[in-house]
Design a protein around this ligand. Structure first.
Ligand SMILES: Nc1ncnc2c1ncn2[C@@H]1O[C@H](COP(=O)(O)OP(=O)(O)OP(=O)(O)O)[C@@H](O)[C@H]1O
Length: 255
């Protein structure tokens, strides 16, 4: 469980996050949504320790990340998996080497043990037989699978994804979303995703945190987001005619 308490973060005079409190549960896929500039990336970077809060705390199963000693911090870092926008794979390394990288960095496993684990996670993301391929030989969706495999190879307790669907067609995006959700449930990971993709919100948003101007404007689940009359959420999520119609149909159905 990740608990965020009164998180403030700014840069000089610019206040970006203005007192956010929320929590993220294990086994659940939580999505952060909001307009460009609302603070989603700063929030995610604060969670993974790339930004230090000016005020407030972020605790990971009771451990406040800014209060850890060097060894505790090293341990905590190893419990975090990340999927970056654009996959961020090493172009000059094969799929196998990319996925093995965290194991080489952080463990003393033998090559045989590492290979077993790499093959297990590649199998889990349905990427068997791609060990020797280079990222450039893979489609965008396959690259995302490699990035997910690399993110879970260390059996993380926490998984952070920044726009995991960027650059993917809608069908592949749904497959990747579902994969992240399945893995989250299967390994009881606490997963937090930054997204602009409203399909993701509807499909996998077990918890949605809506940020507006650095504040939490709303939070709830994907079924609650259909019903809410929170003006800011309705304006943002249902700005497209398609989603407006989906919402109307849903509301008529439950009447
Ligand atoms: N390192 C930084 N120094 C100064 N200002 C920053 C820094 N990082 C972010 N900001 C500012 O913080 C605000 C929020 O940025 P952030 O990137 O979190 O928005 P976002 O919601 O992720 O937007 P997008 O959806 O476009 O990615 C912006 O006004 C941005 O200019």
């Amino acid at each position: 469980m990740i608990e965020v308490e009164n998180l403030h973060k700014g840069f000089g005079e610019v206040k970006v996050l203005k007192g956010i409190s929320t929590s993220f549960e294990p086994g659940k896929t939580s999505l952060i949504i909001g307009q460009s500039g609302s603070g989603k990336t700063v929030f995610l970077k604060s969670l993974i320790g790339l930004h230090t809060p000016e005020e407030g705390t972020i605790s990971f199963d009771g451990r406040i990340n800014t209060k850890l000693n060097l060894e505790e911090r090293r341990q905590w870092r190893q419990e975090i998996g990340m999927v970056f926008q654009g996959s961020a794979l090493f172009d000059s390394q094969t799929v196998e080497e990319n996925v093995m990288f965290p194991l080489k960095m952080f463990t003393k496993q033998s090559r045989k043990e590492m290979l077993e684990r790499v093959n297990f996670v590649l199998n889990r993301v349905n990427l068997e037989d791609s060990n020797d391929k280079f990222p450039a030989e893979l489609s965008g969706g396959m690259q995302k699978r490699v990035a997910i495999a690399r993110a879970i190879v260390m059996k993380p307790k926490y998984l952070f994804c920044d726009e995991p669907n960027s650059g993917l067609d809608p069908q592949t995006a749904i497959v990747i979303d579902k994969l992240i959700q399945e893995i989250t449930d299967e390994y009881q990971i606490t997963t937090v995703i930054n997204t602009h993709d409203m399909n993701s919100v509807m499909e996998i948003g077990e918890k949605i945190l809506f940020l507006k101007n650095g504040r939490k404007a709303w939070e709830g689940s994907s079924s609650e987001i259909f019903k809410t009359d929170n003006e800011a959420v309705v304006d943002f999520v249902y700005s497209s005619n398609l989603f407006k119609k989906v919402r109307e149909a849903y509301l008529n159905e439950i009447k």
